[in-house]
Design a protein around this ligand. Structure first.
Ligand code: SIN
Length: 531
């Protein structure tokens, strides 16, 4: 049966950006927060290292700005970085007031250092579980608010558009029931899309749904070629690419190749604390064997560290490694890069407005240009807090009236077992081809191979949808396919190397032609804009 309902504000995603926005919006209306699984299952929850913030006044803020701009390799939109570093301290202080417990010693907040930071400014919680603490405290704060309702285990499958305005969204629950919700405004804060790659530190929910839905509704995407690969994910056959926080290197870990050499001195004066894109590419190069496809092991080495109890400082990482028989303090830990964070996303202004009226975006799903071509470590949780709040402010300022959407057709969605296994094999091909053809080192031929592979996957998915079928997983497959093609088109158009986007065929940065942001509208066309 077709069902419809209405709410003032619909928030897609329950990570740091979505929850921070929801808290603000609830002061002025009813909020529905929609999330595909339980509230805790977001990219935010899995963030380990910390949250970068300059709490020591103007000079500290100016240095944080400089580090953010330098890491972004010539493409950071400076006004966005200025907002991030200047408003960050207020947002973090507010979060602490609302119950987030960061690690302290003698009543002082502890701070660590990570790559490309000029000084230690990264707050952490429970050692290496900063995201989980932020997610826990914000969710607890939001849950007691009477005007915030959570729709857990619910997928947004489409945005409802009337002319140039988004007026609601279609939802799917875990039994396959569908509902259309009209809303005055919709915020997409559904995180990134690491799952488009076979090797990722992201959880299974990170399938780029919000980015794809916005693009399919007509919103512009920006900087989609810039996918950040975290340098150090656990590299063990059969094990997931578990994140080994950059804070390990912040506390002194070395990187060694299979000959035991500390190789970073050949790549960057900041050694293991060089910008993330530099370290990730260095590991890839050191990990390549003499013949195509051959790999060599690269390791993190903390055996020389004295004066820190590594198991106490990194309890989550230590426990995971122990499951694989590895000890942070006494073993070499095998690592390799994995897809981690999308610098691009739904193009927004500094107030979270997208190019469609009624639609806003914040956090990893959005692209303000704040990270440029390479995000500074631990700026992402701060981004969620700062721009989540800003998006909520503009949703309130814009004060759009509710426009009731028609009910959708109310058929219940399901797939047969055979269809589900066919779907999984299409998704596996999609992910493997993105890793092979649009990974850390790209060139025209691989990107074209990637596009051909994606077109074949997209066709398979379209056939399933054409048969009137649907499921959460099919919607996710469709989203990943859309995001993958946006990455490939943008990567083909940027014929230079910058930050996380490295082209073997254009190995140099080309400021004359490309100190610009790529913008794509979903039909494969890419234009470059100066912001
Ligand atoms: C990490 O702990 O290394 C991840 C932090 C980040 O992605 O900024």
């Amino acid at each position: 049966m077709a069902t419809k309902s209405q709410v003032d504000f619909l928030v897609m995603g329950a990570g740091v950006a979505g929850l921070r926005a929801a808290v603000e919006l609830a002061r002025h209306g009813e909020v529905l927060v929609v999330t595909k699984e339980a509230v805790a299952e977001s990219n935010t929850h899995y963030a380990q290292g910390g949250i970068a913030v300059a709490m020591e006044g103007d000079e500290d803020v100016a240095l944080h700005f400089e580090d953010t701009v330098n890491a972004g390799d010539g493409l950071v939109f400076r006004p966005a970085a200025q907002v991030l570093v200047a408003e960050g301290p207020v947002r973090v202080a507010e979060l602490i007031e609302w119950g987030a417990a960061f690690d302290t010693e003698d009543g002082e907040l502890l701070r660590t250092r990570e790559g490309a930071h000029s000084l230690p400014r990264i707050l952490h919680a429970n050692g290496d579980a900063t995201g989980a603490e932020i997610s826990r405290s914000l969710a607890a704060f939001a849950r007691v608010h009477k005007r915030i309702r959570f729709a857990e285990w619910t997928t947004v499958t489409g945005l409802v558009v009337d002319g140039d305005r988004v007026i609601g969204a279609d939802l799917l629950d875990r039994e396959g029931n569908r509902e259309r919700v009209s809303a005055r405004t919709v915020l997409i804060a559904a995180g990134g899309a690491g799952q488009v790659y076979s090797d990722t530190t992201n959880p299974a929910v990170a399938t780029g749904d919000g980015i794809a839905l916005a693009s399919q509704a007509g919103a512009a995407l920006a900087d989609m070629e810039f996918y950040q690969f975290h340098p150090t994910a656990l590299s063990l056959a059969g094990a997931p690419r578990f994140l080994l926080s950059e804070a390990l290197r912040g506390e002194g870990a070395y990187l060694r190749n299979d000959r035991g050499e500390r190789f970073m001195e050949r790549y960057h004066p900041l050694l293991e604390l060089a910008p993330r894109d530099v370290v990730a590419r260095a590991i890839t190069r050191e990990g390549m064997g003499a013949r195509p496809g051959e790999t060599r092991l690269v390791h993190l080495d903390m055996r020389h560290i004295r004066g820190i109890d590594l198991h106490q400082r990194f309890p989550g990482i230590s426990a995971t490694l122990a499951r694989y028989g590895l000890d942070l303090a006494s073993d070499l830990i095998p690592v390799r890069p994995a897809a981690h964070y999308l610098m691009g996303g739904i193009k927004t202004d500094l107030a979270g407005r997208t190019t469609l009226r009624g639609l806003y975006a914040a956090g990893e799903a959005a692209c303000t240009g704040v990270h440029g071509a390479n995000r500074l470590a631990s700026n992402s949780l701060l981004e969620g807090l700062v721009f989540g709040a800003r998006a909520a402010f503009s949703m309130l300022d814009d004060d759009l009236v509710l426009q009731e959407a028609d009910a959708s057709d109310g058929s219940v969605w399901s797939l047969s077992h055979t269809e589900e296994s066919e779907l999984e094999s299409i998704i596996a091909r999609l992910q493997a081809s993105m890793w092979a053809y649009a990974g850390l080192l790209r060139e025209e031929t691989t990107l074209l191979q990637g596009l051909a592979a994606q077109e074949a996957c997209a066709e398979g998915l379209a056939q399933m949808f054409a048969a009137g079928k649907g499921s959460r997983r099919l919607a996710e497959g469709e989203a990943m396919s859309h995001v993958a093609r946006a990455i490939l088109h943008s990567a083909l158009a940027r014929t230079e190397s910058r930050g996380a986007h490295y082209r073997n065929d254009f190995p140099k940065r080309d400021d004359e032609h490309f100190q610009k942001h790529s913008v794509t509208t979903g039909d494969g066309g890419v234009e470059f804009e100066e912001w």
